[in-house]
Design a protein around this ligand. Structure first.
Ligand code: ANZ
Ligand code: ZN
Length: 862
């Protein structure tokens, strides 16, 4: 091998050949197999959110997996036992729809996609342990999803109830609340979600609302923004329940309020239109009006109900209640801004201090009683609108004159003693609706028996397999309802004829525990072993998209807590550290008038972009890559052209990982050139150490020291950057080191050069594993670079040298000071201005201009 270096030097680095070669070799060596002889302290679980097998890898995937891969490689080199698995979130509607379109089966379509995507993943050079692969639609996985469902059911954490649910008219299935976006549209199909009354399966996530909320503070290494989103979604409210007697009626109305300090200002009660009390209170003459009113209600989404701007509608029930605080009689209304599913479904109306109540009272001429006034107000202008802030109590009997916040505690105590108030904490979080009326999902393992009711399929009979030969139509009920030989079965309890549940589970159920299964995916006795989970979890680093801030991440946290409460695991949080990576965006051509998108090829003149049809001006913007916007860049095409190392380095270098990344072909070229430069540099240097002619050149001790300083700074900085997930600055340190070294290698000793290139290749290897491996071998090593230890920096080598900084005033040297080498211009300027020489010669004048020559002089022009 020794005599080959000079020949190689004239060649270019050929990623296509080299990368494929090493990928095979690594696989043969079983280099990324997870070790089993591990303990809690030396494991590192690096996890990417597993993909839906759509069939092709996109840049978002690439970014996600490369980030995790760099960490996995770095941690392995630091001596950790790394688990870096991959799997497939493989149930779900697209397979069902694709199967209908293409006349194939969801299972075939999914299998084909998985194998395609696996090939694409392999080309990225990811250090994945494929023996850990899980696929949620395979029996050996969903058997355990069903087992977990059984555990939840056994522990009263899964139940069925009739409920008003979100119905997606396009996908023809129900959705959980989390899956309806802020505009009331489906997260998947984008359809406007409708309300339907249906019998559905729920998981009791609300039992964990307090823990899910409280434990957010434990998640120190999660992005603040994700935690805030979860906190808002859980929506903890601390308040009180107030009980109101009804005039001439034994019933009572209970209202939840966060503002008991306003109780003396209640001027009416208002019930949700489907509050069960209504039927007991309404008089027969009003029933038709009530029916009319309820009809207008069905169309409203929760969001519209809650909105401040919408005109509120109501109806007087003809019955009155009594305010227990002051014994005043107040009317009971029905109102469309009250949601049955929140609090008690009843509100005490305080129009003087709440915006929605104010609007309602204005519409229906209800009294507005102020019971709080601004702290230091002199005039009465607050009486012109609702006053929603805190202040001083008025018109509140014995509480007059005290601060309203303080009055909250006082009135609650008073009301509790008199038995009309009690403290209450409420959450916005609702139970998780997991049943779906679709085929391609995990069957709910329940059998409905006329005699015994809902009976769990015994664990030993799991899995309840999805029938394969099924007619898919895509409309209405689950296709499973047509499969009679599958539906008809015997009750596990009494043996009588019974029917299987035909709903399948929300796929988020499959994905909320997969990180537990990776530890030992082929165990067919139990889903996971408690003691093994303790060694590997919580996941040390989880990486994925922000779109799962609530959905997947909240469900996974819930399931972890639920499984702990069932005694299956000991951990109470699944993910220690979370990185939500930014989107990959690309240049997009859009006609702002028509909102139509165009491909780059359709635009004739990039400098004056116009709509090819209408000739209108076109906007050039960066938007998330997508097929429909014609701005997608196919990872395979990039790898074909430049190699995986370039693609990896570009994606890491272009932006900090949590920020959006703008794809730019010329920057990809730039990375490619850097890879070539790195290659040449190492080969060149190696050649130098072997050339005889060099014996004549005097090496210099100072240059040796400089080379060692540069490489040790690189170790230090890159190590810091990797610890802080700053991959972009890590790569620029790498570039800085190569540039710096390039100019001095000719004067360094062979010993130094050997050390320097060996370190350089090591610290390159997590980012661009192929070229690093190739160079490592070229240097003369036989064992893989990916089995080497990460180097430690030598503090002695990077001690900064000082130099004499010349201080000039108007071009004349007036003095000098000692300064550290390599300080920034800003820093040098600041020291120079404060130096004795400058102070003396400037004589109080302001500098007009300051010229800095780094590592040399500062010239102050006055
Ligand atoms: C009286 C009051 C006076 C209120 C006041 C507010 C201001 P959060 O913080 O979101 O929990 N509310 C209670 N249940 C409701 C329901 N089912 N549908 C619609 N609104 C409901 O909000 C709690 C407040 O929202 C409660 O406090 C109640 O109005 C209203 F000056 O009670 B409040
Ligand atoms: Zn039975």
């Amino acid at each position: 091998m020794n005599n080959t270096t000079s020949e190689i030097i004239d060649q270019r680095y050929e990623p296509r050949v080299v990368e494929a070669y090493w990928q095979k070799e690594w696989e043969n060596l079983g280099l990324y197999k997870t070790r089993t002889d591990v303990n809690k302290d030396n494991t590192f679980y690096a996890l990417s959110m597993f993909p839906y097998p759509s069939g092709s890898l996109h840049m978002g995937h690439v970014r996600n997996y490369v980030i995790t891969d760099v960490l996995a490689r770095y941690k392995r080199m630091q001596g950790y036992n790394v688990l870096h698995p991959m799997g497939w979130d493989a149930f779900g509607l697209p397979a069902e729809n694709a199967a209908i379109e293409r006349e194939t089966s969801p299972s075939n379509w999914t299998d084909k996609n998985i194998s395609q995507m696996k090939d694409q993943l392999d080309r990225l050079g990811l250090s994945i342990d494929w023996s850990k692969e899980v696929t949620t639609c395979k029996e050996d996985y969903y058997k355990w999803t069903q087992y977990i469902f059984n555990q939840l059911h056994k522990n009263n954490l899964a139940y069925q109830k009739k409920a008003t649910v979100n119905w997606d008219p396009i996908d023809q299935t129900v959705l959980a609340n989390e899956q309806v976006d802020a505009d009331g549209k489906s997260w998947r199909s984008g359809a406007k979600v409708e309300k339907k009354e249906l019998n559905q399966w729920f998981l009791r996530i609300t039992s964990f609302a307090e823990d899910l909320n409280k434990d957010l503070i434990k998640l120190k290494d999660w992005p603040e923004r994700v935690k805030v989103m979860q906190e808002n979604w859980i929506g903890k409210s601390i308040g009180a329940e107030i009980t109101f007697d009804i005039k001439n009626n034994p019933q009572k109305v209970v209202a939840f309020t966060t503002r008991i300090d306003t109780v003396y200002g209640v001027s009416y009660l208002v019930l949700a239109s489907n509050h069960p009390l209504i039927d007991k209170l309404i008089s027969t003459k009003d029933i038709d009006q009530l029916k009319e009113f309820r009809k207008t209600q069905e169309k409203l989404s929760d969001l519209e109900r809650n909105s401040d701007s919408r005109k509120k509608l109501g109806m007087y029930l003809g019955v009155n209640a009594v305010n227990p605080a002051n014994n005043k009689e107040i009317p009971i209304w029905i109102g469309d801004y009250v949601i049955m599913e929140y609090g008690t479904g009843a509100v005490m109306g305080v129009p003087a201090h709440d915006s929605r109540d104010y609007q309602f009272a204005k519409s229906y001429n209800l009294p507005i009683n102020y019971v709080i006034k601004p702290n230091n107000n002199e005039d009465d202008s607050y009486l012109n609108a609702e006053y929603v802030h805190k202040g001083i109590m008025i018109n509140s009997d014995r509480f007059n004159g005290i601060e309203s916040d303080f009055a909250k505690t006082q009135i609650l105590e008073f009301g509790s003693n008199a038995n009309w108030a009690k403290p209450k904490v409420t959450y916005k979080l609702r139970d998780w609706l997991i049943s779906r009326q679709r085929y391609w999902g995990c069957p709910i393992p329940i059998i409905n028996c006329k005699k015994c009711g809902q009976v769990r399929v015994p664990d030993k009979d799991l899995p309840v397999t999805l029938p394969i030969d099924i007619k898919l139509t895509g409309k209405g009920k689950s296709p499973l309802t047509t499969k009679l030989e599958w539906i008809n079965t015997c009750c596990p309890k009494c043996g009588n004829a019974a029917k299987r549940e035909t709903d399948t589970m929300d796929t988020f159920m499959c994905s909320s525990w997969y990180f537990l299964r990776y530890i030992n995916p082929s165990n067919d006795e139990i889903p996971f072993l408690k003691s093994e989970i303790d060694k590997w979890l919580p996941v040390k680093q989880y990486v994925g998209g922000i779109e799962h801030a609530i959905l997947h991440l909240l469900y996974s946290r819930f399931l972890t807590k639920a499984l702990k409460s069932c005694g299956l695991i000991n951990i109470d949080e699944p993910f220690k550290k979370l990185l939500t990576q930014g989107m990959v965006q690309a240049t997009t051509f859009k006609n702002p008038n028509t909102n139509k998108y165009f491909s780059k090829e359709q635009i004739k003149d990039i400098n004056d972009p116009r709509d090819p049809v209408t000739g209108e001006n076109i906007e050039i913007i960066y938007e998330k890559m997508s097929k429909s916007k014609y701005n997608g860049v196919d990872p395979s095409v990039v790898i074909d052209k430049y190699g995986a190392d370039t693609a990896r380095m570009f994606i890491l270098f272009k932006a900090p990982p949590e920020k959006d990344l703008e794809w730019d072909d010329s920057d990809v070229e730039g990375q490619y050139r850097f890879i070539q430069r790195l290659w040449k540099f190492v080969i060149n240097t190696l050649d130098l150490t072997k050339s005889n002619s060099r014996l004549k050149i005097e090496t210099e001790k100072a240059k040796d020291e400089e080379a060692l300083r540069l490489i040790n700074i690189a170790i230090k900085e890159i190590t810091d950057d990797l610890d802080n997930l700053q991959f972009n600055t890590a790569i620029s340190e790498l570039m800085k080191a190569v540039n710096g070294l390039n100019s001095i290698v000719n004067y360094c000793s062979n010993e130094t050069l050997n050390e320097v290139i060996s370190i350089l290749v090591k610290i390159t290897s997590p980012f661009s594993p192929h070229i690093a491996e190739e160079l490592w071998k070229t240097i003369g090593n036989t064992q893989s670079i990916h089995l080497q230890m990460w180097p430690n920096f030598d503090p002695g080598a990077i001690e900064e040298d000082t130099f004499k900084l010349m201080i000039q005033i108007n071009g004349k040297v007036r003095g000098s000071i000692d300064a550290s080498k390599n300080l920034s211009k800003e820093k040098l300027e600041a020291i120079a201005i404060k130096s004795d020489a400058a102070l003396k010669w400037m004589n109080g004048q302001e500098p007009k201009r300051i010229i800095v020559v780094p590592n040399k002089l500062v010239n102050i022009v006055i």
